[in-house]
Design a protein. Structure first.
Ligand code: ZN
Length: 175
């Protein structure tokens, strides 16, 4: 296991669509373990996509269970080759991203989503999520398509992250 180094905006890998995983191999399993460890090591990180740690593959991990905004969640989620099947409802959400540490922004997202993917063993799964977890999932799927939250907002909806002393404000989580 290893904590991987984080790619920061404007690293070109963050703007590139990632490649499908053809099958689960030992190397893919290792990537997933390292991504989980990295997500839990980065402060307030509730999701991580493989290109954020230099891996140009369609893999994401999400865990919003410890975030104060969370009401409903599935705990740790591993998604390989995820696809958004359905989205419904709308909400404007203040988002942050570990790869864009100095800003947050108001982004329009679906309130509820249905996502299909493989899990870490290559089994197909269908996930229904809502609220903060649904937003985190949409944010990570964007990363796999080379999109950042910066690409989804108007300039007036971008805000410098406020800092209080040595600590950043606790909301929103970084994804
Ligand atoms: Zn992000």
């Amino acid at each position: 296991m290893a904590v991987l180094s984080l790619r920061l905006y404007p690293d070109p890998l963050l703007k590139s669509p990632s490649v499908e995983v053809p099958r689960i191999t030992g190397a893919i399993e290792q990537h997933i373990r390292d991504m989980i460890e990295s997500m839990h090591a980065f402060p307030r990180c509730v999701g991580l996509a493989a290109p954020q740690v230099g891996i140009p593959l369609r893999i994401a991990v999400v865990d919003v269970s410890k975030h104060p905004k969370t009401k409903h969640h599935h705990g740790l989620i591993v998604l390989v080759n995820p696809q958004l099947l359905e989205g419904s409802g709308e909400r404007l959400v203040r988002e942050g991203c570990a790869s864009v540490p100095d800003y947050t922004g108001n982004v329009q997202r679906f309130e509820k989503v249905v996502i299909s993917a493989w899990n870490e063993r290559g089994r197909s799964l269908t996930l229904r999520a809502e609220g903060f977890e649904a937003v985190a999932l949409q944010h990570e799927l964007d990363h796999l398509n080379g999109l950042l939250f910066l690409d989804r907002l108007a300039p007036q909806d971008l805000f410098p992250r406020k800092r209080y002393g040595r600590f950043r404000r606790p909301h929103p989580g970084s994804q």
